[in-house]
Design a protein around this ligand. Structure first.
Ligand code: CU
Length: 487
């Protein structure tokens, strides 16, 4: 919980190369929407499509509130967040990440199945002024992924200041479906987070929760979406807050995908919980709405049980916030004209995922959530993160069952690098339909035990570890992270 002030030293394992290959990269311009009344135009990140990508992280400023502009971070000249990288399954991609901060950084490709040394975890440090150029084959299925800093004890600060971006993977199976996929028109990436501002309008980097909701870095965001099915790619990039998402008229929507890509079939619901690090793709039917009518995408966070991050009643302090334990707007939607390529119906079948079961398991292990008492940091198995510690060693091609036990004091988002797993059991009852697909992040509520199965295939490395950690970045920075090698 409490952020350590220890300075990292001697982190010399980074792979720094200089490259300036700009071929086969195309950049779109950011979409703009008219501002009206109390709302601000939703920022839709520009997209970059191709196999060679250049990302440059730099300091920026953004006018969030009246008075001073807020010091932020952004990639590629954006004042907050970064461009959406669009990649195709099977492509060999190369990314040049240049760090124009005065601090070190790393960039992790959240959800990607790639070699550990390309993963962008705490070991792949990019020094100030340096460039890191990972390359890897895209092996994941079509879905919504993201990139963000993973520098140990700086993840919270760098993410809070705006460093992050979406990655959309496409594949032939997804492309064959009649789904909305015109980026920025009927296919909208939406990253939600909240921030607290200091009196000088700088971003507070001490508490668990922000006071003001940001959608793609936009406060009080509004967007015009066409009168048809629209696809919203939801990402919770909070420090700690969870959302129970719904629409203001309580209409149903269809969940079509989660972290690792498409579900086998759409799920119809009027609420979906999404925790830090998780993604959910939903289709909302605006086809029956009147032109110029409005509807709000909201978080229905009133009355969540203690242990749900953001349920605490306090309005101030390290665990309080103006948004805690209440319903609040995520996005104001205006209904605009139908497009020429409108999707007007929903496929009944989406994918043919075959999931791991207990019968496939070759090894099992248990991870206990520990610590957190009396202001101490949270840990796994009573071990605080160690940069050179290997907490788990996994055989290449093992199909492992991980049981995450939370007999502790609060809920957490558990994220594993390298793999997409299948959630097979929750001790409180059944696994939610919305999390029935491949997952890389799972919410572990207070008092619950969650069991997942993953295959650790393709990439072995006896030296370079992958991470597993709480995706509350304050907990992660505080040491709620472990390392595993696959060999
Ligand atoms: Cu945590």
């Amino acid at each position: 919980m409490k952020l350590s002030k220890i300075i990292l030293g001697c982190l010399l394992l980074s792979i720094i190369t200089i490259s300036c290959n700009k071929s086969s990269q195309t950049t779109s311009t950011a979409a703009t929407v008219t501002t009206s009344g109390e709302y601000n135009d939703l920022f839709v990140p520009p997209s970059i499509t191709g196999t060679n990508f250049n990302l440059t992280l730099a300091k920026a400023t953004k006018q969030f509130k009246t008075g001073a502009a807020t010091a932020t971070y952004g990639y590629n000249g954006n004042s907050f967040w970064g461009p959406t990288l669009i990649m195709n399954q099977g492509d060999d991609v190369k990314i040049n990440v240049t760090n124009n901060l005065t601090d070190q950084t790393t960039v992790h490709w959240h959800g990607f199945h790639i070699p550990a040394v390309m993963d962008g975890g705490p070991h792949q440090i990019i020094d100030a002024g340096g460039t890191w150029s990972p390359n890897f084959k895209i092996k994941n299925n079509a879905g919504t992924f993201w990139y963000h800093p993973h520098l140990h004890m700086k993840t919270y600060e760098q993410l809070a200041k705006g460093a992050g971006g979406f990655i959309i993977i496409k594949d032939p199976a997804e492309s064959a479906l009649a789904l909305p996929r015109t980026y920025g028109t009927d296919d909208i990436p939406l990253v939600f987070s909240s921030r607290r501002f200091n009196t000088d309008n700088s971003i507070d980097i001490s508490g668990a929760y922000g006071d003001y909701l940001l959608a793609n870095g936009t406060m009080n965001a509004q967007v015009t979406l066409p009168k048809q099915y629209v696809r919203l790619r939801l990402l919770n990039a909070e420090i700690e807050r969870g959302y129970d998402i719904g629409l203001s008229d309580n209409r149903t929507f269809s969940i079509i995908g989660n972290d690792g890509g498409l579900l086998n079939a759409p799920i119809t619901t009027n609420r979906v919980k999404i925790m830090p690090g998780e993604r959910v793709e939903i289709l909302v039917n605006l086809g029956n709405d009147a032109l110029a009518s409005t509807i709000d995408l909201k978080a229905y966070n009133t009355g969540q049980k203690f242990g749900f991050p953001g349920a605490e009643p306090a309005t101030a302090g390290d665990f309080g916030s103006l948004l805690n334990n209440k319903d609040f707007n995520l996005l104001h939607i205006k209904v605009g004209a139908t497009t020429a390529s409108a999707i007007t119906s929903l496929p009944s079948k989406l994918a043919s995922n075959v999931y791991w079961t207990n019968a496939d398991v070759t090894n099992s292990r248990t991870i206990n959530i520990t610590g957190g008492q009396a202001g101490a940091a949270f840990t796994f198995d009573n071990n605080t993160y160690g940069f050179t510690s290997i907490n788990q060693t996994i055989k290449l091609d093992a199909i492992e069952k991980w049981t995450i036990v939370n007999n502790n004091i609060f809920g957490h988002s558990f994220h594993v690098h390298d793999v997409q797993f299948k959630i097979i059991a929750r001790s409180s009852g059944t696994v939610g339909e919305h999390e029935s697909g491949w997952k890389d992040t799972v919410y572990v509520p207070l008092g619950e035990t969650v069991t997942v199965i993953a295959k650790f295939d393709d990439f072995s490395d006896a030296v370079n570890p992958y991470m597993y950690h709480c995706h509350f970045s304050n907990h992660e920075d505080g040491g709620m992270m472990g390392q595993f090698i696959v060999k």
